[in-house]
Design a protein around this ligand. Structure first.
Ligand SMILES: Cc1ncc(COP(=O)(O)O)c(C=O)c1O
Length: 460
């Protein structure tokens, strides 16, 4: 159901990015979809990147963009942050990885324990890895197998996580007892049986799962803000309600803070919302652009590893380059001053968008929290995954390509993502971003008015 104004933006995109088209054609011959992660693939072809510095990147056609993709939110530090570069460079000359313990480990563990409500930490290299270990530890800690997960939430690619990530309407069943749907081939049936699904912001659906499986729920895992459906905030009382249910049933509450841990606030989601989880998972922006993850909990829970009851390992765990980047990030990037700086920019961007949306008469709202935000093309606030599926996908693509064509990567491609602001963004970047949105918004409003509210079951 494409339309003229969108077609024009797509044609302009293709005219601006011929080298990306050629690079993609080349890559497709050897790499499935021509990309290294399915999330990086979109039609007609993705932008191939040349380099990045600070708040900006260049593509292989030498177009410059203000970057709010920032590697799907992994770069609150921005590109090539001087403190990160300096720390990494030093380690490149001292040995990158040894598979042996070293002092950066406890130093970074101290930084993490000072900020988040955990007493002990282990490290890994990705979000997938740390949520996988967190789920396993929760199972070992309780002697139970089932992990409650929310429909539409993303926790990475292991079998427990890849359930009901983007289920289709004809698969997902009752909103109070959603069906567990595999997120692609290869997820075993046993994994589905061990991942009862609930609806975000719907405590009844969670209670139902506890009643259905008495004494069998090891944990609830959640993103405290659902950030794989744009940006969906927990309603008042929801997180506290989950805390109470876990306490009542002897289950653990796992906050997957891969996105929120660094970007929401100095102390992550537990600090921001005032609800204490039993375990947290960190990755993305804690590494300043290097692959770094961490999971932590109380001494008692993490003691399962010390007592050799749960096994955890990994060749590249705490490699010195990623650890140097992590230490520089905690000490010199994620500082109180920088949170004040990005907080100001975030407010300016979100409020600027709101003013432009209202002026253009676009039926949309702007969700924002910490350094993240998104233009949500819905007339009212979404509360869960199913609300999110009602986006007008073509209108969103119109927004994204129109912004790209004018030099702003407003967020990663896909309407389930959100923008990130880095500590290296400036007021001038935000002004430039808003000026482009002001130019684009009237065309979006016009297309929306002509099309009516088109709701297409979204997904990818
Ligand atoms: C909330 C959340 N958890 C886990 C992951 C997986 O992280 P990674 O891609 O580093 O494996 C992601 C990635 O987007 C995420 O957003």
């Amino acid at each position: 159901m494409s339309y003229d104004a969108l077609q024009k933006e797509l044609a302009r995109y293709q005219k601006r990015t011929p080298q990306s088209a050629a690079a993609h054609q080349r890559a497709e011959k050897r790499i499935p979809l021509g990309v290294a992660s399915n999330y990086r693939h979109y039609e007609p072809y993705p932008i191939f990147v040349k380099d990045g510095k600070g708040s900006r990147i260049h593509d292989v056609d030498s177009n410059e963009y203000i970057d709010h993709n920032l590697c799907f939110g992994a770069l609150m530090a921005g590109h090539c942050h001087p403190a990160v570069v300096k720390a990494v460079q030093a380690k490149l000359h001292e040995g990158t990885t040894f598979g042996m313990p070293h002092d950066q480990e406890w130093e970074l563990a101290e930084e993490i324990c000072a900020r988040y409500p955990v007493e002990m930490v282990r490290f890994g290299s990705s979000g997938t890895e740390v949520t996988m270990h967190a789920c396993r530890i929760a199972r070992a800690a309780t002697g139970r197998d089932k992990i409650i997960k929310f429909e539409g939430a993303y926790h990475g690619l292991h079998d427990t996580a890849l359930v009901s990530v983007k289920p289709k309407e004809d698969q997902y069943g009752d909103p109070d007892a959603p069906t567990a749907v595999p997120g692609g081939g290869g997820v075993p049936k046993a994994a589905l049986d061990n991942v009862p699904i609930a609806s975000f912001n719907n405590l009844k659906s969670v209670e139902h799962r506890f009643q259905q499986h008495p004494g069998q729920i090891a944990a609830i895992i959640l993103e405290p803000i659902l950030m794989n459906v744009g940006l969906c905030l927990p309603q008042p009382g929801f997180l506290a309600g989950l805390r109470s249910l876990c306490d009542a049933h002897g289950s653990l509450l796992i906050f997957d803070e891969v996105k929120t841990g660094a970007k929401l606030a100095w102390g992550g989601a537990s600090d921001y919302f005032g609800v204490k989880p039993d375990m947290i998972c960190l990755a993305k922006s804690i590494g300043g652009g290097l692959p770094l993850g961490a999971f932590g909990a109380s001494r008692k829970v993490m003691g399962l590893i010390s007592d050799h009851k749960v096994f955890h390992g990994g060749t590249y765990n705490t490699n010195r380059v990623a650890m140097a980047a992590g230490l520089a990030t905690f000490r010199e990037v994620l500082t109180r001053e920088n949170y004040a700086h990005v907080g100001k920019l975030s407010k300016k961007l979100a409020e600027g968008y709101r003013t432009i949306v209202a002026k253009a008469g676009l039926k949309a709202y702007v969700a924002s929290a910490g350094v993240n935000g998104a233009l949500m093309l819905y007339p009212q606030e979404i509360k869960n995954y199913r609300d999110w599926t009602k986006v007008d996908v073509d209108l969103w693509r119109h927004y994204w390509f129109a912004m790209v064509n004018r030099g702003v990567l407003a967020q990663p491609y896909w309407w389930d993502e959100q923008w990130t602001i880095s500590v290296q963004h400036t007021e001038a970047d935000i002004d430039a971003h808003l000026a482009v949105f002001e130019e684009v918004a009237p065309a979006l409003a016009k297309a929306q008015a002509e099309r009516g509210m088109v709701t297409v079951a979204a997904g990818h």
